[in-house]
Design a protein around this ligand. Structure first.
Ligand code: ZN
Length: 363
């Protein structure tokens, strides 16, 4: 079975923390062992090429993630070294991140950018086990996702970003952007945000509502009739708070045939879990429970997947008991089977639903 992960902040971590994702997670842990800032900001590394291959994580939505300076200031000195004050700064930083992905692909045949159906087909073919030399040829396909749209200086620039390979756009991150309120900065979809959605539709770009404020999320879903997802958001019914999707937001997403990426991260699964609590207080059964709650609301298993965010601020100490690295993601499939899910539904959840989205959206 193949796995698709709808959210990893690879380029940001390469630039800000000097991570090299061609190393194994274990090697990266050894390299980062004495680096207090990285450990505080990312936790214990869970990602690396050997683990993606071992876990059969064949497609990843890799982010272009930028942070506004006013928010970075609130995080302390370290975070400010790579944050933006103007849209032009944000543009330059997101471009640098695109270059990181391009370099990864250029320097390592194990990685490929996925911008078209044809490129998707090429990557998927490498995961067919009957191919000769199958194991040595497997590739990780990277789909570009912008988390926070301030790097798009004007909505009219979206064509330029599309040419560069961008395929999924999240208008806001926690702190909000010129385009929309964020989960930490409530506000509407702005006039520019409305314009951005109009331009996105021309290119059939995917709208990612993760991190949007409640108001902006509902307004965006009301207006956008292209493909929609929440790349990394859990239901608010499990953990209260604006970072999670309310029932109304979930329903609006499902009405638009959207897909929700569940984070297998303890603080997103259990309201009473705090950083530093026991890792094994949460298990993959909790992940299956979060997935199941979306399936119950949708009435099927066609609208949920995984969006791990495994390098988005929490590390292995904050993941469920059975998950040490991304190579363990398949254990979510086991937990779904225990819950009564059949093979077809489990496959849809681990990869099929995201692949359907890509089939619907890529040129
Ligand atoms: Zn995020």
């Amino acid at each position: 079975m193949l796995i698709v992960d709808a959210h990893e902040d690879i380029a940001y971590n390469v630039i800000v923390h000097g991570r090299d994702y061609t190393f194994s997670a274990q090697e990266t842990r050894a390299r980062e062992a004495g680096d207090a800032r990285t450990l505080a900001e990312t936790g214990t590394c869970m990602l690396g090429l050997p683990e993606w291959l071992a876990g059969r994580v064949g497609i990843i939505f890799g982010t272009l993630f930028t942070m506004p300076i006013h928010y970075a200031v609130s995080l302390g000195e370290g975070a400010q070294s790579w944050a933006y004050a103007t849209p032009q700064d944000a543009d330059a930083q997101a471009m640098q991140q695109l270059d990181v992905y391009q370099r990864l692909v250029d320097e390592n045949p194990r990685f490929a950018l996925v911008r078209t159906q044809r490129e998707l087909d090429t990557v998927l073919a490498t995961w067919k086990d009957d191919a000769p030399d199958a194991e040595r040829k497997r590739q990780i396909g990277l789909v570009m996702l912008m988390e926070g749209a301030d790097p798009i200086v004007k909505p009219q620039d979206i064509g330029r970003w599309y040419e560069r390979g961008l395929r999924i756009v999240g208008p806001a991150w926690v702190a909000g952007t010129r385009y929309a309120g964020g989960n930490g900065a409530p506000g509407p979809l702005t006039d520019e945000g409305v314009q951005l959605l109009r331009m996105m539709k021309d290119f059939n770009l995917v709208l990612d509502v993760s991190h949007l404020s409640d108001q902006a999320c509902l307004e965006a879903l009301d207006r956008y009739d292209g493909p929609v997802i929440a790349s990394h958001s859990n239901p608010r019914s499990l953990v209260p708070g604006p970072r999670q999707l309310s029932d109304d937001m979930l329903k609006a997403l499902l009405t638009h045939d959207g897909i929700v990426g569940i984070l297998p991260m303890n603080p997103m699964l259990r309201a009473d879990w705090r950083r530093g609590d026991r890792k094994d207080a949460v298990t993959v059964a909790d992940v299956a429970g979060a997935i199941d709650s979306v399936c119950q609301m949708a009435g099927d298993a066609a609208h949920v997947g995984l969006g791990t965010d495994f390098d988005g601020g929490f590390g292995a100490e904050s993941a469920p008991a059975e998950i040490d690295t991304v190579a363990d993601l398949g254990k979510v499939a086991d937990a779904l089977k225990v819950r009564g899910y059949g093979r077809v539904d489990v496959e849809a959840i681990l990869s099929g639903n995201w692949l359907r989205l890509l089939r619907r959206s890529l040129p």
